[in-house]
Design a protein around this ligand. Sequence first.
Ligand SMILES: CC(C)(COP(=O)(O)OP(=O)(O)OC[C@H]1O[C@@H](n2cnc3c(N)ncnc32)[C@H](O)[C@@H]1OP(=O)(O)O)[C@@H](O)C(=O)NCCC(=O)NCCS
Length: 287
Amino acid sequence: MWIAVIAGACIILIITILFLLRATTNGTSLPLFRGLRMRRWVEPRDTVTCQRIVDDMRRVCVESVGSVPTHPMLHGDMEALGKRIVMIIYHQEKPVMFNAILKVDGIVGYDVPIFYVGLVMVVNQMKRKGLQKITILNVLLLFLNYRITTFDLTDAGRSASGLRLANDYLDNPYPNYRKPDLTPSSEQVLVAKHVILKHKPDLGSSPAATLNVQSFVLENTLAEEKGGSAQLVNAIQDGRSKNDEINSFLKSRVGGMQNDALFCIGKARLISGILTLGKRFFERKRV
Ligand SMILES: CC(C)(COP(=O)(O)OP(=O)(O)OC[C@H]1O[C@@H](n2cnc3c(N)ncnc32)[C@H](O)[C@@H]1OP(=O)(O)O)[C@@H](O)C(=O)NCCC(=O)NCCS
């Protein structure tokens, strides 16, 4: 009797995991919370699907920052979109947020997969409601999709809340607002330089951008006259954290230069990610 019950439970669990694995890669509409629904695609290739994804992302951009940033994936470059893991959040069928993670090309002789958190956009009427944090789900699902337990996660931006998420959930994050005097490891410098060298257009970065290998400030990345995504300069205000220590840290690095962004890097590990999320949830801390 018990064996039958356990076997039945195992079968249901396996079917659920298989369903989730498929549904979170092929754009199935899945319920989240507060009436929000999510669609997610891993490295989409089909032309019709890609067109729909681009249309929805462009719509969110316009309602978030007034126009569409320079990223090639937002301008019909299907190859650029095919390197992305896109999550779009809908409210009453209308796209209200998206996050497009970039799978970074590998480095010869370096076996750890590298991802770039990429673009996060929330429409004006849904800002400051915690939607940016749904990117954590998009990142967590990478473990399942790529069957990996560790990867390097990188990002570049001007949002203090984005920096907080990177510092709270990644192992050995750099820069770290809790340790302002920290310096990056040689491995972190190698990966950061590689991401920037290989993927400037994918980052919405100006070709003239340069990385300061000590502070990890990506200088001139958003300069519009040099081809950068000027739409993102206001993230420092939009993504203000409730924790002023982080706001001050970000300002000290990029506050004076509106075209600069801060490059972040850290190790995403399945076990520590789940433990941190669980601990925060049970301690009723902000996720
Ligand atoms: C930056 C951006 C993605 C933030 O998205 P969001 O969903 O508004 O972010 P959140 O709601 O999670 O909140 C951001 C911060 O505001 C704080 N916040 C939320 N509600 C708040 C409120 N009512 N009052 C004050 N602060 C509040 C949050 O605490 C959070 O910081 P913290 O978690 O570190 O404390 C969004 O503003 C945006 O799309 N900007 C334009 C595009 C852009 O610049 N993207 C970033 C690319 S680098």
